[in-house]
Design a protein. Structure first.
Length: 228
């Protein structure tokens, strides 16, 4: 078992590195931008990682148990779907701010005055966003990311040398743990930074959405261009 420790550590590191791919980070940032609180973002990240892990492990089982390989055309279709999704999410975020009834809200805690953009639906949306029934969105997005691109290859290559299903599954569980830890860490950091900047700079929330929308559209466009 000790001889597997370097491989497992490699799997953990690769999982953490893979979680921070541009498409993963952009998707999480855009879909949770309306919920800057920490809990909804951790909720989304957790279920996204579950979907991602389920797909990668499922592909491994198909390969090792049933000797079934996923057609390359399917993976390419999933890659295209991710690029299109990033572009559409960018436009969605860009126009969402204009449709919402958001006002500049000012309040004080002791001698400290806070100014931030306030959405009248924010409270109810925050409560609903952590409902388990709403977990289908991050799970489906995670499944798509897990199916597309290099995720299965990156996850499986170091474990293929052992050739045993139990070892491969153990490696994939460690890889998936790395994905989840990195995504949860990113969510916590992003939520803290957004909250801190939002409290100090009144217009941050507005410009943050606009810049994020443009980046999402740009990343999605570049993504699709590379696939062409």
């Amino acid at each position: 078992m000790l001889d597997m420790l370097p491989v497992l550590l490699l799997g953990l590191s690769l999982g953490m590195l893979h979680a921070l791919d541009a498409d993963h980070v952009m998707t999480l940032s855009v879909l949770t931008n309306k919920q800057p609180a920490l809990r909804p973002r951790l909720f989304f990240s957790f279920y996204w990682a579950l979907g991602h892990s389920a797909m990668v492990i499922g592909i491994a089982v198909l390969l090792f148990v049933f000797d079934v390989k996923v057609p390359e055309q399917w993976a390419m279709f999933a890659e295209m779907a991710i690029g299109i999704m990033l572009v559409l999410m960018g436009f969605w975020l860009m126009f969402t701010f204009k449709r919402e009834r958001i006002t500049l809200h000012e309040h004080a805690h002791g001698g400290l005055v806070h100014r931030h953009w306030h959405d009248e639906k924010h409270v109810s949306n925050t409560k609903k966003s952590c409902n388990v029934q709403r977990a289908h969105k991050p799970v489906m997005v995670g499944l798509l990311h897990g199916f597309a691109g290099s995720a299965p290859v990156i996850a499986l290559v170091p474990a293929l040398a052992y050739g045993e299903l139990s070892i491969v599954l153990l490696y994939l569980l460690v890889f998936s743990a790395g994905v989840m830890l990195a995504m949860l860490g990113f969510s916590a950091s992003y939520s803290y930074c957004q909250k801190l900047l939002g409290e100090r700079y009144a217009l941050f929330q507005q410009y943050n959405r606009q810049v994020l929308a443009l980046i999402s559209i740009s990343v999605g466009s570049i993504w699709l261009t590379q696939l062409a």
